[in-house]
Design a protein. Sequence first.
Length: 72
Amino acid sequence: MDKLKYFVETRAFGVCAALGERLGLATRSVRLSFIYVSFLTAGSPVLLYLILAFWMNMRRALRKERLSIWEA
């Protein structure tokens, strides 16, 4: 169980942290809300979480690709 916890904590995409920063909420409360909603709705927020994680990674990758004419 500790290995799973370590894996999730180190490899998470930071979706909950980003949502918490944007909404002005504590990251812990966003994570707890996500867990509770996942249990109540049989895991459908997991799909939303994965979509948000993919979107955040794509946005980060696109920002790295942009170079100004002075950097090229």
